[in-house]
Ligand binder design. Sequence first.
Ligand code: HSE
Length: 402
Amino acid sequence: MVKVAILGFGTVGSGVYNVLNKNKDILKKRTGSEIEIKYVLDLREFPGNPVDDILTHDFNDILNDPEVKVVAEVMGGVKPAYDFTKQCLMAKKSVCTSNKELVAKHGEELLGIARENNVNYFFEASCGGGIPIIRSLNEALIADDIDEISGILNGTTNYILTKMSSQGLLFDDVLKDAQDMGYAERNPEADIEGYDAQRKIAILSSIAFGKTVDHESIYTEGITKITPADLEFAKEFDSTIKLIAYGGKKDGKYYAFVSPFMVGRDNPLYSVDGVFNAIFVHGNMLGDAMFYGSGAGSLPTASAVASDIAHAVKCGDKTAYSNWQEGKIELSPIDSFESRFFVRIEKSLKETAKRVFGDGTDFKEIPMDGSECAFVTDVMSEKEFEEKASKLSGIKSRIRCK
Ligand code: HSE
């Protein structure tokens, strides 16, 4: 029998409680141990809910109980989750979390403390909800040198872009609708400005490339400036627009960014709609692989936390291998990153655009706004694009192309 504690009884915490209880027999068969929830920590009361019997308001009850071997930290935020996690690891309790904010900020240090104490710090649920990407990187892809990890890592923005595209709606209207339906947070900044995806790609890149990628050094653009006209034009180019998080290495340089991208129909990310996430991995031996599934929600996220708990139980007092080791990765500035660019302009600027970007440029128009046209440039660096764009005043939007 292994006793565990859950820190936080919110959306994910209650999900972990349900998964561990509902799949108790399966977990016993597969881990060889019965997993029993001994405590749930939350400041609130839950009268009438069976969780009330194991509820505590005092973290020390958990920290000082030697029977508790694994702790699920599903509180979110850095404070007090960082202190609680550190104390649990130092008390030789493994910690499993969905807390991407904490992992992105202190992952390297917490992994180190776990190693020193022969326990584990697992965070499968921090990226891509229920999609098993982190253990895949650390174990299933251990024989590969990964040179790209990218994809759709935020369900809220993917839902908004999908709705804007399919129904021709404005960003603000879809956001309000998503908030009313509970898909988007009341404070949506982290999602719509790209910070949530930024933390997730920092974590995934740190594992893929072996050292910490500082999330604050990742160039990040959100989706707030995307308009129905951009999405209509995208269709003319047989494409759609997705918020892409990218981590990659090219010619010895590392790049990471989050930005809206025009994605063509031939790209597997084109068909990833609604709240779903998809993560594309390229390895030197593997070639391409894509992981697709539920990137958020109580049970998918809890499934990943519960799977980490089972893994921690099986590991006992051995720290599992993590490819995320000590040290920092220096990211190259986005200036030298190369892509094509979609550009939307007033029709009157067409001739100037041809002079600046080349005669062969293919212009498209859409009926919904007869005064505009759009084109896609050749492949060029960000720097080169900015230089050319500065000669074309009145660009209405520019979106990178995958
Ligand atoms: N706000 C996140 C999303 C939740 O929309 O993807 C899962 O991390």
